[in-house]
Design a protein around this ligand. Structure first.
Ligand code: PMP
Ligand code: GLN
Length: 391
């Protein structure tokens, strides 16, 4: 094994693994979260135009000025948050690089970062790259008055995770993989802890537009006293159906952006210039897309949710993102990791076991994540095949 010790615990990402398995077996890929249709045509045209017009050399280190301005305008328009395009905005190679840069630039080796479980796999790897340690707090189930089971933060567990070594907490809402949108109480709890213990909140808001049933995004940075201690991260990937473009951004006060840049400039220096120009166009102009994309996705969520219930899964309602989680125990499966390895060949559908996104694998063992960011006919075909799981 030539890999350094701190990266050895991280195998290849489960998303790539499951997509490769789906490709090998010809399975319907409801595993890795990416859409199977293109984003707004005007944005695709803008990318081609940018290349044709010679926008093909390095942009400035912080990113193309017009994209920084478009991001600054977007957060003002949506959330009344003010970030100076010259200093408070940093364009990154996807949200992934933004997360890594924030942790590398802001967390000393040996300090701790709180992650909420299940967590997007790159968080744990970023913490390990920084030589820091993760403290993991699970989401817990809560039954609402109308009998719906939701995932929420347990205030006692979260408080107990804070130690004198804690430097930051990474919060992702809407949440991959559970599809949970954190409640106002949960967001306030995080903010209280950050203020009390002088922690940095790193907020991963890549699904900021993908909310259902009339929900709207509430950034932690907008809560009292939080702007100065929050690194807010988003990306064009999910908003504009361009997961392969890897255009992301950080908005934060200047001192925090300086720290993120200190790491980012040595990782990639800059990302693809023409794609940054196209995303600037999309943020400025494609407002209609922003309204329609969650509506279409909500329809896809309903289609897949109904199908999973029919098959016999115990489905956790999805409030946002590309994903819905389902408990496979009613179908007789207690280990989703095994089920997800076998399902592509046996049934012709790929999905992701939530235990791959957790330290406490037992807690999440029976839960399968399905992606519904697919065309309706693909979801219908996946659903048809899943009926083979019925007992
Ligand atoms: N955070 C979360 C929660 C994600 O699901 C993803 C996957 N797209 C990312 C970050 C990475 O985003 P990007 O592709 O922009 O790097
Ligand atoms: N964010 C996507 C998911 O959760 C995939 C990202 C990746 O493949 N690294 O499925």
């Amino acid at each position: 094994m030539r890999t350094v010790a701190r990266l050895q615990p991280f195998r290849s990402t489960i998303f790539a693994e499951m997509s490769a398995l789906a490709a090998r077996t010809g399975a319907v890929n409801l595993g890795q979260g990416f859409p199977d249709s293109d984003g707004p045509q005007g944005m695709l045209d803008a990318a081609q135009k940018a290349i044709a017009s010679g926008l093909n050399q390095y942009p400035p280190g912080d990113g193309l000025p017009e994209l920084r301005r478009a991001v600054s305008d977007q957060v003002r328009r949506e959330y009344s948050l003010e970030y100076d395009p010259d200093g408070d905005v940093l364009i990154t190679v996807g949200a992934s690089e933004g997360i890594a840069a924030a942790v590398l630039g802001l967390v000393e080796p040996g300090r701790e970062v709180i992650l909420i479980e299940p967590f997007y796999d790159s968080y744990a790897a970023a913490v390990a790259l920084a030589g820091a340690r993760r403290r993991v707090v699970p989401l817990v189930e809560q039954t609402t008055q109308d009998g719906v089971v939701r995932y929420v933060l347990d205030p006692d567990l979260l408080r107990a995770a804070v130690t004198p070594q804690t430097a930051a907490i990474i919060v992702n809402s809407p949440h991959n993989p559970t599809g949970t949108v954190l409640s106002a109480a949960d967001l306030n709890l995080v903010a209280d802890l950050c203020r009390e213990h002088d922690l940095i909140a790193i907020t991963d808001e890549v699904y900021e537009y993908l909310l259902f049933d009339g929900r709207v995004q509430h950034p932690i940075a907008a809560l009292p006293g939080m702007r100065e201690r929050t690194v807010r991260i988003s990306s064009a990937a999910k908003t504009f159906n361009v997961t392969g473009w890897k255009v992301g951004w950080i908005t934060a006060p200047r001192d925090l952006v300086d720290a993120c840049r200190a790491a980012k400039q040595w990782l990639t220096y800059t990302g693809a210039t023409p794609l940054q120009a196209a995303v600037a166009h999309a943020l400025d102009v494609e407002r209609e897309w922003l309204r329609t994309v969650p509506v279409a996705l909500q329809g896809a969520r309903d289609l897949l949710t109904t199908a999973l219930v029919e098959v016999g899964f115990d489905v956790h309602p999805s409030e946002g993102t590309y994903f819905v989680c389902a408990d496979a125990r009613p179908l007789g499966f207690t280990d989703a990791a095994t089920l997800c390895l076998e399902m592509p060949a046996a049934v012709g559908v790929a999905a992701v076991p939530v235990s791959a996104l957790a330290d406490d694998e037992d807690r999440w063992a029976p839960i399968v994540r399905f992606a519904f960011s697919k065309r309706p006919e693909v979801i219908r075909e996946g659903a048809r095949r899943l009926h083979a799981l019925r007992r």
